[in-house]
Structure formats: structure tokens, C-alpha cells
Design a protein around this ligand. Structure first.
Ligand code: NOJ
Length: 753
């Protein structure tokens, strides 16, 4: 009784605290709104429009670069208070200089917000987001974003253009490395974890920054996986697959949203009123700001939606786009659009309020230089606990794809190991694309990681990877044919007991503008793998890549395969710990690995079709030259332990909260972590539902022999779906339910409600 007394006292205390916090949040929101209105009243129309203008700095570019005249004009605009925000200016000295220019020289001295793509770390680099999603470990993902925020804030930044929460079913699209994969449920959970990690509880704290959910919307469905291409998806897919992570981010109080480059069903997202005003601002009550993507207002001209930049500006503001990133559209044309009565000043005011509110919340009006402390800058970057967090999430992101006869882990006393492949010695590729301020070659390589365990290693490069150059503008340089290193590698493999081959993609072969039509190991790497296999079959293949790959031959012939993505600064340490068994791999794929490019889009939560089953005749939904199955399915990943699922129970007593549970036992010989996944299938509904949908997961660790009861509660929130207009429907009927170790293996039951 004492225990329950304490529990209820504790919950009263928690409720009281959250009521107080809620009240004080409302109070501070009101106070900020008042300050915003006071300031707005002092501003001229030009100054208001200036706040809606975002320029790139004069150094780095992450899009097409401006010409000289534009650069000169920009400088004057800063002084005239015609710029509200800037991107790609970082470092306390640079930030302070530009901030001073604006605060001291412009009439009202309204501070700038400094934004940058801090996608997976600032200087301490954590795994690419697709890899982190493979950890299914929300606490680790949140921590990783916290580290990124602390470092970004320490170098003067206030705003990251992350998380990218575009769902994508197309690994040809290079930007899948930036997202959480193909599933809206996992995607939404990861989105929230990352928003919380970046923003924390107090945006004005010196270690938090504003997040930006992007790209709104549909960008992950670019046709044929070619970046910037048109998107043509049904409204049903939009509402059930694309939008849920954005809704979750908005509910988690994400401060900003970025729209996207693509046309969605005929209308560019940047000029799309249905998306931005109707859904995001009106229906979801989003009160933060919407920033365009780089020049995406301008791009409505080549899209064929606007006749000129002036009309593009008009369309963008009507659609709800508040800030113009590098189109020069608002700063040049909004004033005359207002004067001509085509845009109302109230529309401008609404956008400016959203921008100023964020500046107040960041504390920039109290001290425009609060993020410009050069002492803090030095002490925060690459702090030891940041490096520890980076290692933790890196280990958790690794997925064990194959492990015949317990080939892995390696015995620590293993002698005579060959390490082959250019990526094994590469200290740059593991940093991946979008590496913000990371120093070149600052990752721990696989070789270095392994050498901390044993010196019984010999290395041969064997072959280059195809190199995607880091410069943004230049084309990918290719070394597709040189096999002159094969001889040395094969000779080394012949003399060795075990061969670790590190193959995959260069760190810049994925990311923005890096679409591929092949998903093989680039260049001559597969030939190298086969040549080595010809003399030594004891191969461990470590993959480093920014997207799912088609590695059918390796899967059929190589006994152990480890998916190590691009894991960031501590990459080699994480990989070595997994190979030598100091960390038992626990990652699960957040994206399907196809067998061939021709199967794409291939994803687990597809529809059944009217002809799903083999009939003996040709007339069923299939290919004649490949199976329908993926190489590795969504949710898949092995461990050095075995997890056995038993005792599925479904309790429908409370129809509003159906309990589904089972027991998971570690029947292996070592301790390990498992991700138990719950999937449902709505058997019959007014709008056809997918054959499987993830609706819950739990990650936990178990000692050998130990069991854990896993419980899930299914409510309307899990069992309903959106119609084509985005209205939520919940229909009675029969549901299949599965709890298991991946999307294809588990205990299956059925219930009605
Ligand atoms: C274009 C990218 O699409 C977007 O994600 C990024 O934030 C901006 N460039 C700024 O670098």
C-alpha cells in the first residue's frame, strides 16, 4: 500500500509540475507574441520582407552558387536589414562578424538566425540517418541529435535543416541515406526522437537548436529515383505514408518545416497551398515557419508553374511559404506585389511573426551573440562524451545480414587475418555525405579499429571504390576498370586464415544529386570479391554504403555479411567491436534490400493485388525473371544470440485497447538485444490496406536463457487509416496481427473488433 501511495503521490507531483510547466510555457508564449507584435508595429514593409529573405553566406554552397553581382548585392542587403536568416556561415568568429553587421548597421538591428545542414553531427559525426534508423533505438537516436545540436550551437548555429523525414521506397534515390527508410511508423518515431534531440526543452539554452522537418512533401517518391524529378502519387499514399512523420514532428513541436523541390501531382510543393496552408498550417495548426528549399521558389519557373520570378513569389507566399532560401524572389518582388494588392500585408505579417517568434524563442533578442562564445566553441567540439555517444549509436546501427555456422564473431586470438578493400583504410568515406564541419579523414578506419584488437593483420587494397567527389558541383569521378591490385590481394588472401573484405560505396556516392541506376558494388569490387573467394572462402564481407545494395552473389557465396553503412567518426571502432564480439549486433533494416533494380519500388507494406498467389499459369502478379521477394526484408537483422518467440496472447476485452503480447526468450549462448516488431493487417476495409503495417516495436536486451514478456496495446490510433482527403477512419472488422523478429517472421494471430 505504501508503494502505491508513493506512486500516486509521485504522479500528482508529475501532473502538478507539468501543469506548471504548461502554464509557464503558455505565459512565455504570450509574452513572446506580445514582443513580436510590438516589434512588427515598428517595421516598414521592406524590413518585414527582409525577414523573409534567407541568403547563403559567402563561403560554402550547398546549391548552385550566386554570381559576383548577386554577392555584392547580398552584402548591402545585410546592412539594410533586408536579410532575416543566413545559411552556411559557421564558426563563432564568422557568425559574430555577420551578426554585428546586421545588429549594428541595420535600422532595427534584428538579429539573424544562422542555419546549416547538420544532418548527422557537426564535427563529431554520428551514423548517417538511414543507419541510425537501423538501430531502432530511439534513445540513442535522440542522444545523437543532442550531440549534433550541442556542437552546432557551440559554433554559432541556431537552426539545422534536419531531420529529413521523407519516406522513400527507392534506393536509387541518393537521399535515402538522409532519411529513416520506407516505413511511416518507424519514420515518425525517429522523426520525433531527432526533433527532441535537436530542440531539447529550451530553445534558448546554449546547447539546443531549432529543427526543420523536411521536405514537405513527397520528395522521397521522385520518379525513377532520379533526384529533383516529379512526384506523382495518390492522395491515399500521401496521407498514409508520406505525411504521418510530418504530423508527428509537428505534434512534437518542430519549429520549422522546409518544403521541397518536387512537383507533387502537378503542383510544385513550394507553391502548393493544399500542402502548406490547408494541411500544415490550418489542419495541423503548425505555428512555426516554412522555409523554401534552395531556390525552389525560382524553380517554379522551369517547372512550368510560374511565368517569372515575380509570379513565383506570389504563388509561394499564397501557398504558405514564409522564408525564401536563395531565390531572391521575396526581396525583389514582394513589395510591389503588396502594393499592387496581389498579396496582402497581413500575409506578410503572418510570415514575419513566425520568423520573429523563433528568434525570440532562441533568445537572440536577449543576446544576439549568445551562440558566439569562442571558448565554449573549443571545449564542446568532439568532447569525449560526444565520441562515446557516437560509438554507442554506431554499434547499434550495424545490421548482421548473414552469419553461416556462427562464423562471426571472430575469436580474439585469431591469427593471420587479411583485410582487403580500399574502404578498409578509408578514413573519409565512413563520414558519409552531409558531414557538416567534420575534418577530412577524421573517422576511425576499419583497419585502425581492428588493429586495436590484434596486430595479426595484413592489408591489401585490391581495388579502388568508385569515388564520388566531395565538391558539390563536379561530376562523379569514376575508376571502374583498374584491377591491377587484384594480384596482391589474392596472394594475401591465399596465405591467410580469414579475410575481412570491406566493400561498398564511397562516402559521396549517396546524398543529394547522387542517384544511381545500378545498386551493385561499384566498379570492380564484385570482381575482386569473386577473385578472393576463388582462393579463400573464409570471407567476412563488411559493407559500407549509403543505400540498400543488390548483393545477390555475395549473399549466395559469402558466409558472413555485416552491413556497416557509413557510421561516422567512430566507425572502425564500432565495426571491430562487432567483428570480435564485444558488441552483439542488434540492428534491423529500415529499408528493403531488393534482389534487382527492376523490382523497385519494393517495400514490405505493399498491397496484396487481386492475383497474389502463384497459380501454375502465368497470370498472377509476378516477374518471369525474378522472384517477388527481396534479398533482405524490412525489419531483418541477425544477432549472435537466438531469440525465440512464444505464447502469443490477444486480449480484446477492452475493444478500445486491445492487448497483444508474447514471450521472447534468448535461446542463444550470449547476451543480446532484440527488436520485437508488431505488424497488423486490416483484412477488409473500404480502402484497401497493406498486407502488413508496423504498429509497434520494443528493443530490449536479454541474458542467455532469459525471457521477456512484450506487450503492445492497439487502439484506434494504430488500427485506423486516412482516406484520400486525409480524414481519419476507423472501421470495425478482422485484423491479423504478428509479433516477430522481422517483417516476415513471427507469431501470427487474428482478432475482430
Ligand atoms: C538543398 C537540399 O534539398 C536541402 O535539404 C538543404 O537543406 C538545402 N539545400 C540547404 O543546403
Amino acid at each position: 500500500r505504501m508503494r502505491s501511495y508513493f506512486i500516486s503521490m509521485a504522479s500528482i507531483f508529475v501532473a502538478a509540475v507539468s501543469l506548471l510547466t504548461c502554464q509557464s510555457n503558455t505565459a512565455s508564449r504570450d509574452a513572446i507574441d506580445q514582443r513580436v507584435d510590438e516589434l512588427l508595429a515598428k517595421m516598414t514593409l521592406e524590413e518585414k520582407i527582409g525577414q523573409m529573405n534567407q541568403y547563403n553566406g559567402f563561403w560554402d554552397v550547398t546549391g548552385p552558387a550566386p554570381n559576383e553581382e548577386q554577392a555584392r548585392k547580398k552584402y548591402d542587403h545585410f546592412k539594410q536589414g533586408l536579410v532575416g536568416s543566413v545559411l552556411n556561415v559557421r564558426g563563432t568568429a564568422h557568425v559574430r562578424k555577420l551578426q554585428e553587421l546586421v545588429v549594428k548597421e541595420s535600422r532595427l538591428g534584428i538579429p539573424l538566425i544562422f542555419g546549416q545542414d547538420v544532418i548527422h553531427g557537426q564535427e563529431t559525426i554520428t551514423p548517417i540517418p538511414l543507419a541510425e534508423a537501423a538501430s531502432w533505438d530511439l534513445a540513442a537516436i535522440e542522444k545523437s541529435a543532442q550531440v549534433a545540436a550541442a556542437e552546432a550551437a557551440a559554433i554559432g548555429l541556431n537552426w539545422t535543416f534536419a531531420p529529413m523525414i521523407d519516406i522513400s521506397r527507392d534506393p536509387r534515390w541518393g537521399r535515402v541515406m538522409e532519411g529513416a527508410g520506407e516505413d511511416p511508423y518507424l519514420g515518425a518515431k525517429v522523426a520525433v526522437a531527432r526533433v527532441k534531440g535537436f530542440q531539447g526543452n529550451d530553445l534558448s539554452a546554449p546547447n539546443t537548436i531549432a529543427a526543420c522537418a523536411k521536405h514537405f512533401a513527397g520528395y522521397g517518391f521522385s520518379e525513377a529515383g532520379r533526384d529533383y524529378n516529379a512526384v506523382d502519387i495518390g492522395a491515399y499514399t500521401l496521407h498514409n505514408v508520406v505525411l504521418p512523420p510530418f504530423k508527428a514532428a509537428v505534434d512534437a513541436d518542430v519549429k520549422t518545416v522546409m518544403n521541397s523541390f518536387n512537383v507533387l501531382n502537378g503542383v510544385p510543393a513550394t507553391g502548393n497551398k493544399y500542402l502548406q496552408r490547408d494541411i500544415l498550417k490550418d489542419r495541423w495548426k503548425f505555428n512555426g515557419l516554412i522555409v523554401s528549399d534552395w531556390a525552389s521558389i525560382f524553380e517554379m519557373i522551369p517547372h512550368g508553374h510560374a511565368r517569372d520570378l515575380k509570379q513565383a513569389a506570389e504563388l509561394a507566399i499564397h501557398a504558405g511559404n514564409d522564408m525564401d532560401m536563395e531565390s531572391y524572389a521575396y526581396v525583389q518582388h514582394l513589395k510591389s506585389l503588396v502594393e499592387e494588392g496581389k498579396v496582402s500585408e497581413e500575409q506578410v505579417n503572418d510570415a514575419v511573426r513566425r520568423i520573429l517568434r523563433l528568434k525570440f524563442e532562441l533568445g537572440l533578442f536577449d543576446d544576439p551573440y549568445r551562440y558566439c562564445d569562442s571558448v565554449r566553441e573549443k571545449s564542446v567540439l568532439m568532447q569525449p562524451d560526444h565520441l562515446t555517444a557516437a560509438l554507442d549509436v554506431a554499434r547499434k546501427s550495424i545490421v548482421l545480414l548473414k552469419n553461416d555456422r556462427g562464423f562471426l564473431p571472430l575469436n580474439k586470438a585469431q591469427k593471420n587475418i587479411a583485410v582487403i578493400g580500399a574502404l578498409a583504410a578509408d578514413k573519409n568515406s565512413p563520414l558519409g555525405n552531409w558531414r557538416a564541419g567534420a575534418d577530412e579523414n577524421s573517422a576511425v578506419s576499419v583497419l585502425e579499429g581492428l588493429q586495436k584488437y590484434t596486430l595479426a593483420i595484413r592489408y591489401a587494397k585490391g581495388a579502388d571504390v568508385v569515388v564520388g567527389k566531395p565538391e558539390f558541383i563536379r561530376e562523379t569521378a569514376v575508376n571502374e576498370t583498374d584491377s591491377s591490385g587484384f594480384r596482391e590481394a589474392v596472394a594475401l588472401a591465399r596465405q591467410s586464415d580469414v579475410v575481412i573484405m570491406v566493400l561498398g560505396e564511397d562516402g559521396f556516392l549517396s546524398g543529394e544529386g547522387r542517384s544511381r541506376t545500378n545498386l551493385n558494388l561499384p566498379g570492380v569490387q564484385e570482381r575482386l570479391l569473386k577473385a578472393v573467394h576463388g582462393v579463400n572462402k573464409n570471407i567476412i564481407l563488411v559493407l559500407m554504403n549509403g543505400r540498400p545494395l543488390t548483393i545477390n552473389w555475395a549473399n549466395a557465396n559469402i558466409p558472413a555479411i555485416v552491413e556497416a553503412w557509413q557510421l561516422g567518426t567512430r566507425s572502425g571502432d564500432a565495426i571491430a567491436q562487432v567483428l570480435f564480439g564485444d558488441y552483439n549486433p542488434s540492428g534491423k533494416l529500415p529499408m528493403t534490400f531488393p534482389k534487382s533494380v527492376g523490382q523497385i519500388p519494393l517495400y514490405y507494406n505493399h498491397f496484396n493485388t487481386g492475383r497474389p498467389d502463384p497459380t501454375g499459369l502465368v497470370f498472377w502478379s509476378h516477374y518471369i525473371d525474378e522472384t517477388n521477394e527481396p534479398l533482405y526484408p524490412f525489419g531483418y537483422g541477425l544477432s549472435y544470440s537466438e531469440f525465440t518467440y512464444s505464447d502469443l496472447k490477444i486480449d480484446t476485452t477492452d475493444r478500445q485497447a486491445i492487448n497483444v503480447s508474447c514471450t521472447v526468450t534468448n535461446t542463444g549462448r550470449v547476451a543480446g538485444e532484440e527488436v520485437a516488431q508488431l505488424y497488423i493487417r486490416d483484412r477488409v476495409s473500404s480502402l484497401v490496406r497493406p498486407v502488413k503495417e508496423l504498429k509497434g516495436f520494443r528493443k530490449f536486451s536479454l541474458e542467455p536463457g532469459a525471457s521477456q514478456n512484450v506487450q503492445f496495446v492497439l487502439t484506434d490510433a494504430e488500427l485506423g487509416f486516412y482516406d484520400a482527403d486525409g480524414q481519419w477512419l476507423v472501421e470495425p472488422g478482422e485484423f491479423d496481427v504478428m509479433i516477430g523478429t522481422s517483417s516476415v517472421k513471427g507469431l501470427v494471430g487474428r482478432f475482430s473488433r
